[in-house]
Every structure is written in C-alpha cells, then in structure tokens.
Design a protein around this ligand. Structure first.
Ligand code: FAD
Length: 495
C-alpha cells in the first residue's frame, strides 16, 4: 500500500505539493476549507463579469526553473496564451501628470533620459542594475538537497547578480533612490511617492523590472481562476483526492511525529506525512499549539512586517473601454476612500486586454488600495456594511475622474475587503502575500521543516518574504522531493 500524504490547503502551494505527491505514487489528499481551490489565486463571477484577485504577472512564463514547474503542474500547456504588456504601469501624480514604466528597460531608459536629461547617469546605473538582475536563476532543488556542484554551476552566470545583491540587498527603495541621487523633481516625486514611505526592499523593485525586461513575467490569458483549475485538473487526473469545506483545526502529533489532522467537525484523518500549505501563522501557532518554533520563526513572526491588505472594488461596465496601460496608479491629492487614508494612492486595472473577463461589448475594471488591518479587525457588522457603501461611493467618484461619464454604464459594483480575504483563505491579518520584502528579510527564507517535528513540512508563501505564485508552487514541489528522499525513493516530476 502506498503511503499517505495529507496536504492542508488547496492554494497554489497545496495544489503543487498534491500534483508532485500524486506523480510520485503517494496516496494524496488535499483538505481545503473553502468550496473552491486556488486560495489567494482566485476570481469570482458577477452577472457575466469576472473579477480577478491575483494574477498580474507570473515569473517563469518563458524560461527557467519556475517555467518548468508551470509546465509540470499544467499551469502552462500548449493552449495557454501569454500576454506580455509593453507598458508595465502608468502613474498619475498629484498634478495629474502621466509617468510611464515600460516593461522593456531599454525603452524605459530612453523615456527617462528624455524626461530628465540631468539624471542620465543615475538612470543608466539603475537600468544596468535591472538588466543584471534578470540573470538571476533560482535554485531548482530545496536547500537540503543541493550539492556544491549546483552552486558552482550557476556561479559564473550569477556573478553580476551577486554584485547587485551585495550592493542593494540591505537597502530600502528610499535608500536606493537617495543613493542614485536623482535631481529631477518629477522623477523624485514619482519614485518617492510610490515607494518612499515604506520599508520596501530595493532588490524587490530591481528584480521585478528585470523579469519584465526578460519577458519572463507575463500574464496568462484567463487569469487566476483557470490557472488554479488547470492545477486541480492535473491533480485529479493523477488520482489525488481534493476535499472541500473541511477545515483543519489541529495537526495530530504523537512522539513528535505528525500523524494526521483533526478537522473542526471532529473527524480525524490519519496520514504518514503532513504538509501544511495553509496560512503560516495558523499552522505554527494554532494547529501545532506553538510547540515547534525555532528562533528564526519566532523572530520572523514577531518582527517582519506583513503586506498591508487591500480593498478591491470591482466594476462591471456595460461598454467597451480601452486603456494603453493595464494598470494606472494614481497618487491623488485627496486622501480618503471610506475610512482609509491613501498612503500609496490607488490603482485602476482595466481588463480590456483579456477578453475572457467580461461579456462582449463590456469591460471589467478594478480599483484597489491598501487598507491597514487594524481598521478592519474589530469592525462590527453594522459599521462594515456602512463602510462598504461609502467605499462604493468614493471609488465610483475616482473611477468617474479617470473615465468621465462612466458612471451611467456601471452594471455591477463588488467590494472585497481585507475581511473577505481572511474569511475565505484564513490569511493572517489579510496579508495577501505574507511577509513584505524589506531590507531586513530580502533573500532570507524560513525552513520547510520545524524543529523536532518529524514527517511534517511547511509549504507556501509564508516561507519566502515577498510571497508570490512561483515560490509557493516551488515549495510544494520541494516538500515532496524531501519526502521522496526520506522514503529513499527516486523523485519523478513528469507524468
Ligand atoms: C491582490 C493580489 C495580487 C497578487 N498578484 C500576484 C501576481 O501578480 N503574481 C504572483 O506571483 N503572485 C501574486 N499574488 C500572490 C499570490 O497569490 C500568493 O502568494 C499565492 O497564491 C499564495 O499561495 P499559497 O498556496 O501559499 O497560499 P494561499 O493562496 O493563501 O492558500 C492557502 C490555502 O489554504 C486554505 N486553508 C487555510 N487554512 C486552512 C485550514 N485550517 N484548513 C483547510 N484549509 C485551509 C485556504 O483556504 C487557501 O486555499 C497576489 C495576491 C493577491 C491577493
């Protein structure tokens, strides 16, 4: 009889772990508390419109280690269509002036130099850092299974990247921009306006644009929901079991060996191995009663900043409205939507580039802004209802400014708050991508195994500051590689 692997959580990490476990012949079950798989990688339908929550860019759409994972897990197949946007985003500053970030660094460098010839040298330096960062090739194997040859093999290609990491790994964006010493007020206003007032890592900013330049961070037509469904299909085809509407309350441990899980309905499910791909905090501090905590875990959960949650206001527009830029970020003078002070403005995503998001002749548009968890955590039902109505009103007014006359074509408005995310996925404090990548944790990660606990592995976004789909999916694969090693079984990754 094959051994049983039980996976908590059917997000992208859990689905990936499930696929590789089933591929390797394990009896595999994923327990998901929601009635749909995907976790943060999700979308919902209202009156024929689709409102996507997650996918803007997927590192690995054209090459590299992540690309192989996307093919192995059916995220990408011969039918998936990749869209590489020419414009990464467009920013509208307080004066209403437009500033463009091009996906291609050469084009962006030219644009910036024309805009601020006095900053030619600084612009060149920044763009060179970005080009170098595109050479980063993530490791294929989990840390425990890497041999020195793997390090030696990638060294020559990675030398220029190591230099970027060494120079800027411990800098915030603000410090990086200060070091570049831009003189142009326009560039300073935009860069500091976007990233200046938070502890956001300079490397995260540099790498992001490097991947776009490489055309290795595209958007998959159809977005988040079909992406997760393709993974579900693959998992089921390989013989895995996916159980919905079941919530894990505790991980059963005997003599420091994980033996299965206890569900909130009282059912016990036994397993030879448990992988938790659910929220990191709930797993470690609740499901395992804080009994298996390393110094690193304790430090990270006490000190590392979380992503500020978001409010998403989705609009179904009964009209075709096109946009040159997939995302427009507004840094407005007026500072409030509902009760939230807009520290970093708000963004408007026009999905006209993806015809699957709205019925023919119509458009889906999504407005988003950051809203701190403390504003939501103790809000009672009445205040919540009132706040959602106010958000609808304020967001509509902002949309009207962006697209004058649009209000009369609005067919649907849907407001999803940080509370919505917590309710459906259990994510801590609505921190939809886990730990924010800062100068303190960039390039750090948490271990997949907990101290003194056998037959148990963590997977998912909470292991890697910055989160995101690629490391989440990769950690699912890694967990199964480690189990195969323990079982002295050859790991296979294609079926
Ligand atoms: C607005 C937004 C935009 C994003 N944009 C991008 C992007 O463009 N590119 C990118 O790469 N990433 C993006 N991300 C991040 C990405 O979606 C996440 O990092 C990734 O999906 C995390 O996957 P995960 O499986 O680790 O966790 P999750 O998606 O949180 O999955 C955890 C799963 O566990 C389940 N669960 C939790 N507790 C229990 C329990 N007790 N019992 C049973 N089940 C449980 C949850 O229901 C959930 O399904 C974005 C996220 C958001 C929200």
């Amino acid at each position: 009889m094959s051994k049983k692997i039980l996976i908590i959580g059917g997000g992208v990490a859990g689905l990936s772990a499930g696929i590789y476990a089933a591929m390797n012949g394990f009896n595999t079950e994923i327990i998901e508390m929601h009635d749909v798989a995907g976790g943060q990688c999700t979308a919902w339908d209202r009156k024929g419109y689709r409102f996507d929550y997650c996918l803007h860019w997927l590192v690995g759409t054209s090459q590299g280690v992540f690309h192989e994972i996307w093919k192995e897990t059916n995220v990408m197949n011969s039918e998936t269509e990749i869209i590489d946007h020419e414009i990464h985003s467009c920013i509208i500053d307080k004066e209403g002036k437009e500033f463009i970030i091009y996906s291609n660094i050469d084009r962006w460098e030219k644009y910036l130099t024309e805009l601020a010839p006095e900053d030619k040298e600084s612009i060149q330096k920044m763009c060179t850092d970005m080009r170098k960062s595109a050479l980063l090739e993530p490791f294929a194997a989990p840390p425990e299974l890497r041999n020195p040859i793997e390090y030696i093999k990638i060294l020559p290609q990675m030398l220029p990247v190591f230099n970027v990491i060494r120079k800027f790994g411990k800098m915030t964006c603000k410090e990086y921009f200060e070091k570049l010493n831009f003189k142009s007020e326009r560039i300073k206003t935009i860069f500091f306006g976007m990233y200046g007032n938070r502890n956001f890592s300079a490397l995260a900013f540099i790498f992001m644009l490097g991947w776009f330049h490489q055309k290795n961070a595209g958007y998959i037509k159809g977005g988040s929901y079909p992406l997760a469904q393709r993974m579900v299909e693959k998992f089921i085809k390989l013989g895995g079991t996916l159980s919905f509407k079941k919530k894990v309350e505790k991980i059963i441990v005997e003599n420091n060996v994980a033996k299965g899980v206890l569900l909130t309905n009282g059912t016990k499910i036994h397993a030879d191995y448990v992988i938790s791909a659910a929220d990191g905090y709930s797993t470690i501090f609740n499901m395992l009663d804080s009994k298996y905590i390393s110094k690193e875990i304790d430090f990270a959960y006490k000190n590392w900043e979380l992503f500020t949650p978001i409010v998403q206001v989705s609009f179904g527009i009964n009209k075709v409205i096109l946009s040159n830029s997939p995302i427009i970020i507004y840094l407005p003078k007026e500072k409030l939507i509902g009760k939230t002070t807009l520290e970093n403005g708000y963004s408007i995503m026009n999905y006209s580039f993806d015809t699957t998001m709205a019925p023919e002749g119509k458009t889906t548009i999504i407005l988003r802004y950051e809203s701190p968890w403390k504003l939501w955590e103790n809000m009672d039902a009445k205040a919540y209802k009132t706040e959602k109505l106010q958000i609808q009103k304020d967001a509509t007014a902002h949309l009207e400014k962006a697209y004058p006359g649009i209000s009369e074509f609005i067919e649907v408005i849907d407001v999803a708050t940080p509370k919505t995310d917590v309710r459906y996925t259990g994510v801590k404090d609505g921190a939809y991508e886990g730990f924010m990548p800062s100068k303190d944790n960039m390039m750090k990660s948490l271990k997949m195994r907990l101290p003194n606990l056998q037959h148990f592995y963590m997977a998912g976004q909470w292991l890697f500051p910055g989160g995101g789909l690629p490391p989440s999916a990769q950690s699912g694969k890694w967990a199964v590689q480690l189990i195969c090693k323990k079982e002295k079984q050859l790991f296979v990754f294609k079926k």
